[in-house]
Design a protein around this ligand. Structure first.
Ligand SMILES: Nc1ncnc2c1ncn2[C@@H]1O[C@H](COP(=O)(O)OP(=O)(O)OP(=O)(O)O)[C@@H](O)[C@H]1O
Ligand SMILES: [Mg+2]
Length: 1079
């Protein structure tokens, strides 16, 4: 239950005041005291409205546990005390998820104030509260693990902070519509690379160098050609190589593990460490002077061992690298000039190479991490940006890097002013709310001093770097003195308006800028060089030639194919451009501020240095911030959401308000009797002066929500009980009706069975009685019938005795006969043979006395079925059968050839005269219908030899034509044909007898032989009959006479040998005899 207790008001159990807006009285002392009081009670977070002030506790506090995360999750920003960075994170995340507003979290403060820690806390809180699932967890893990990697390579111990960020970092975390993380994009800003070669006293190089040497296994170190001893390396400052409370070896393992989680392949990790090792070893290369004959100074590498190892490690050709350290080639318009490097120049080249190698490696790491954590989808993303940039710093010696870092902080202060102070005041004006102007320092003027395109310090530095002639840091300072001399925030020994003109604390080679956070004196030395950021081309080319893919990729400009004579943009202008982009980006997002404050300079817990805090509060403009919030209103909200949130507090507005939202809010506030000075109506928003009022509203809302919940619960419970009751009632009725039915059924069954028993007894008794009566009646009837039958029998017999014997025999006979005949016909009906005329079947005769009937019936049936068969014929078929019938009448049983012809169809035109072009002439000569066209053998009258002729029969003529030429040889009108003779045997010989004295009879009768004799003779017979109405005489005899010219010759058919096969042979024996031998 303890966990469930939620503090409902910011004012409960509060140490000091949780929100500075509520501080009374408000002045610097009370402000600091409040902070101090809270700090002493471990309350390191305090609000100014929605801005969180965070004081670095320098020790771990138990306020970041998962339980704490749960406590702040999904709570209203104002709902909980104590103030916490989680509350701000939750507010930002929910606003992103629920209201679709991109967020940015701006963390500012000086070095060591706790920005990086704060950014990690924000990220870990968001990771803890956003969606879960294997994929989402992996994304989260990768996003979180990018921190240790970048910190190892980009952070270092400084005098102000043991883990100082030496680069600026802005990370966009991308979410989907549900608020689940999809990935992220990291932008890095200008790494302080000078640290690689030289560190101020009391500071260290980047962590990774120490981590490798302390944490890597012997094997691994050996592979990298490194030794554990820090003192072996010139680039590692020795005085503070060990940092208290930092375990470099353990951190190395963490980094390697993180690299693996982020997605670095083993070979990539290996390459990265090789580059780190190479950088470290570069510092050990030393040069000694050597004079050449022509008097030019030249340098030489003292000990080439280190160089050799570097070359082995990086795959660079030793001679190439050696040369790059001794010569400098300048290329101008296709001309190459090589000059030797003196010792100082050689050291410069070496350091430039080391710095470039390291800073490019760092940028590559960021790109590589981005590749891994890139969102995989193209859906619209919501973005939360977290900015953790190096804090404002003032060192003893401040150089170009500090200038850049402080410029960046200056810009951030500017955006803070823009977005909170200025924006706040402007909003009041926009909303038409009465407003007393609050004075605050606007640092725009300092930004302008640095970044103005014409007169800004960066612009002048660029101008100086690009100017021909001798350019030194001093000429740059001179230029500054000329241009910026009158600027109120610029001071130098030479500037006219300097109040410190005679101040010896300002050396000659320095200038001072009065930043928003304090005055900083910059050593002008190195500005030009660092801005130029030159790396001799020989070195970049040597690097490009390396047989090491990572190093090669880091120096793309070393590729001779891509030589670019244009100067690369200077470091200053690059930084200015990227800061401008960043500012633009931040302006599109909803800002959330965390303002980090450093309680002491000793990195110690429990120490609160009032003066130091006071200084930070002043330059951060926190007091002004509170004043602006208090002079104005602590809280504002558009009317609609405000009405939506609090409408349940008033009867008129609950559940629906029909009028305009503003009127609704007015009614609501009147009803709640909120004092008039507590709120103001803007054009589109309600402004609430005091957070107290808001808390009151929230408390009331909470109370009302509970009441509403109770109401809903009440109604729900009532509804549930009612439905349950109604259901039970309904069930009761159903059960009762079923029971009643069952009981009635039982009762009825009993009555029914009793009734049936009684009924059955009665029926039995009645039936038996009836049966007795019926039996008696039946016996009486039977007796009467028997008596009557006997009586009738006697009567009938007596009456019919006289008729009976005379008719009985005949009647029985007739009846029997009739029955038999009937039976015969019925049986015949079932035994009828098929309708085929050639079917010979006929059922056997059953009774002898029906013999003649049976035969007659057979004949009738046969005739009938023949008729049936004929009736089916078409005219053409009829014609064919008539012809066949004719042939049968003429030749059946007379000529042995006949049976063979029965099955042959009579085709007539065997030769297709009309189709064969050979017989065209013949066809033209015969214009009548051709009945027969066939090839026959004509027997030579003189020697009995056969020659082929075409035999044509037309309606009126018989024609013989030459088979080859188709010429007509003889033409005989049918009227002149008197007779046709043939043998009775199986041959096709026949003679056509002509009328004596007719035109064709000159040579005598024709003796022909054909394969279709029967058909020819039949057709000739029928045609002649139809044309001349006379029957043609057909003689069938094995000996007949023919008329050859004047001679009568006897044609005799004899039995011949089988020598010639089946073909008959014909021979003229003498003048009177022609013998045909038939096989
Ligand atoms: N909330 C915290 N709880 C415990 N220790 C903290 C917290 N915030 C900061 N510290 C301590 O302060 C040290 C410095 O903090 P941090 O590195 O965040 O400073 P910074 O503002 O990022 O500084 P720089 O600008 O130099 O990067 C941390 O290493 C840590 O020891
Ligand atoms: Mg940091």
């Amino acid at each position: 239950m303890a966990k469930m207790e939620v503090k409902t008001s910011l004012l409960d159990n509060m140490i000091g005041v949780g929100d500075m807006v509520l501080l009374e009285p408000l002045n610097e002392d009370s402000f600091i005291n409040n902070l101090k009081k809270r700090f002493d009670h471990n309350e390191v977070y305090t609000y100014i409205g929605s801005v969180v002030i965070s004081i670095n506790p320098y020790r771990s506090l138990p306020i970041y546990t998962p339980e704490k995360v749960e406590e702040y999750r999904n709570r209203n920003f104002y709902e909980l005390s104590p103030s916490h960075i989680f509350a701000l994170s939750d507010e930002a995340y929910r606003s992103l998820r629920d209201q679709d507003k991109d967020q940015c979290i701006l963390i500012t403060g000086e070095s060591g104030a706790g920005k990086t820690e704060a950014s990690k806390l924000v990220m870990s809180y968001v990771a803890a509260v956003c969606g879960k699932g294997a994929e989402v967890n992996q994304v989260k893990e990768q996003l979180l693990q990018s921190n240790p990697v970048l910190e190892a390579f980009g952070n270092a111990k400084t005098v102000r902070n043991d883990n100082s960020s030496r680069f600026g970092k802005y990370m966009d975390i991308e979410f989907d519509f549900k608020g689940d993380p999809l990935g992220g994009v990291i932008s890095n800003y200008l790494l302080e690379k000078s640290r690689v070669v030289k560190q101020p006293r009391g500071e260290r190089n980047f962590h990774i160098f120490y981590q490798i040497l302390s944490g890597a296994s012997e094997d691994f170190l050996c592979k990298l050609k490194l030794e554990q001893d820090f003192s072996r390396y010139n680039y590692l400052g020795l005085d503070s190589a060990k940092v208290n409370g930092v375990d470099d070896a353990a951190n190395f393992r963490t980094v390697r593990n993180a690299m693996q989680i982020v997605g670095f392949m083993d070979h990539e990790t290996q390459s990265v460490f090789e580059v780190v090792a190479a950088v470290l070893k570069l510092g050990n290369i030393e040069f000694k002077p050597e004079s050449r004959v022509n008097g030019l100074d030249e340098s030489k590498i003292k000990d080439k061992n280190e160089l050799k190892e570097i070359c082995e490690l990086t795959g660079i050709d030793q001679s190439v690298l050696e040369r790059a350290f001794s010569f400098r080639t300048v290329e101008a318009k296709q001309e190459k000039v090589s000059t030797t490097l003196n010792v100082a120049q050689a050291y410069y080249a070496r350091d430039a190479l080391a710095k470039n190698l390291y800073s490019r490696l760092f940028s590559w790491l960021v790109t590589r991490i981005n590749e891994s954590i890139k969102a995989q989808t193209k859906v619209r993303k919501k973005v939360m940006g977290v900015l953790d940039i190096y804090g404002f710093e003032i060192f003893e010696d401040n150089s170009f890097e500090q200038f850049i870092i402080n410029y960046c902080n200056e810009k951030l202060q500017q955006i803070f002013i823009e977005l909170t102070l200025k924006e706040e005041q402007e909003e009041y004006i926009r909303e038409g709310i009465e407003w007393t102007h609050i004075e605050y320092f606007n640092n725009a003027i300092i930004c302008d001093l640095i970044e103005n395109n014409q007169t800004g310090i960066l612009a002048m530095l660029d101008e100086e770097c690009l100017r021909p002639g001798t350019v030194t840091d001093d000429t740059f300072l001179e230029k500054l003195n000329q241009v910026c001399a009158t600027h109120q925030h610029f001071e130098s020994r030479m500037s006219k308006c300097s109040r410190f003109l005679n101040d010896t604390s300002l050396p000659h080679s320095c200038f001072r800028i009065q930043h928003y956070a304090g005055k900083v004196m910059y050593q002008v030395e190195g500005f030009v060089d660092k801005n130029n950021d030159l790396l001799y081309r020989d070195l970049s080319q040597a690097m490009w030639k390396a047989n090491h893919s990572l190093i090669k990729a880091l120096f793309p400009e070393g590729n001779p194919a891509k030589i670019n004579l244009k100067r690369p943009p200077t470091a200053g202008s690059q930084f200015k451009a990227s800061v401008a982009t960043l500012m633009k980006n931040l302006q599109t997002k909803n800002p959330n501020y965390i303002r980090c404050i450093k309680p002491n300079d000793k990195k110690a817990a429990h120490i609160f240095n009032d003066a130091l805090v006071c200084h930070q509060i002043r330059y951060l403009g926190l007091l002004e911030n509170v004043r602006v919030r208090r002079a104005g209103y602590a809280f504002r909200q558009a009317y609609e959401p405000c009405l939506e949130r609090y409408k349940m507090l008033c009867k008129q507005t609950w559940p629906h308000w029909r009028g305009p939202a503003r009127a609704g809010v007015e009614v609501l506030f009147n009803e709640l009797e909120i004092p008039e000075e507590e709120f103001s109506f803007g054009r589109s928003k309600i402004f609430i002066r005091n957070p107290r009022t808001l808390f009151k509203l929230e408390d009331l809302r909470k109370q009302r929500l509970e009441d509403l919940a109770t109401l809903i619960e009440k109604i729900y419970r009532g509804w549930k009980c009612r439905t349950r009751f109604l259901l039970m009632k309904k069930s009761q009725i159903v059960i009762a009706s079923w029971y009643r039915r069952y009981a009635q059924q039982k009762k009825y069954q009993k009555i029914k069975s009793s009734a049936i028993i009684v009924q059955s007894y009665i029926r039995g008794w009645k039936s038996r009685k009836l049966l007795r009566e019926l039996k008696h009646q039946k016996r009486c009837n039977e007796a009467a019938t028997i008596i009557a039958a006997y009586w009738h029998g006697t009567q009938v017999r007596r009456e019919y005795r006289k008729f009976f014997r005379a008719n009985a025999g005949r009647k029985i006979y007739e009846f029997t006969l009739q029955r038999l005949i009937q039976k015969y016909f019925l049986e015949m009906k079932n035994k009828m043979p098929s309708l085929s005329p050639i079917d010979k079947n006929w059922p056997a005769r059953p009774y002898l006395f029906l013999d003649s009937t049976h035969k007659e019936l057979k004949r009738i049936f046969h005739l009938w079925r023949c008729k049936k068969y004929r009736d089916q014929f078409t005219d053409q078929q009829k014609l064919i059968y008539e012809e066949k019938l004719e042939a049968s009448e003429l030749f059946k049983d007379k000529k042995a050839l006949y049976p063979a012809s029965v099955g042959q169809p009579f085709q007539g035109a065997y030769l297709e005269i009309s189709k064969n072009p050979k017989y065209k002439k013949l066809k033209d000569a015969v214009d009548e219908k051709i009945i027969i066209a066939e090839v026959v053998n004509k027997i030579n009258r003189a020697n009995g030899k056969a020659t082929s002729r075409i035999f044509l029969l037309t309606k009126n003529n018989v024609l013989l034509a030459d088979q080859k030429s188709g010429n007509i040889k003889s033409e005989v009108p049918l009227g002149d044909v008197t007779k046709v003779s043939m043998s009775s045997q199986n041959d096709g010989f026949f003679a056509v007898h002509l009328k004596e004295g007719s035109g064709a009879a000159g040579k005598g009768d024709f003796l022909l032989s054909s394969d279709h004799l029967i058909e020819m003779a039949t057709k000739l017979y029928r045609t002649t009959l139809s044309q001349t109405k006379q029957k043609l005489n057909i003689e069938i005899s094995d000996e007949f006479l023919v008329q050859f010219r004047q001679d009568k010759v006897c044609v005799k058919f004899i039995q011949g040998s089988q020598k010639n096969g089946n073909i008959p042979t014909c021979k003229r024996k003498n003048n009177r005899l022609l013998e045909v031998a038939v096989p």
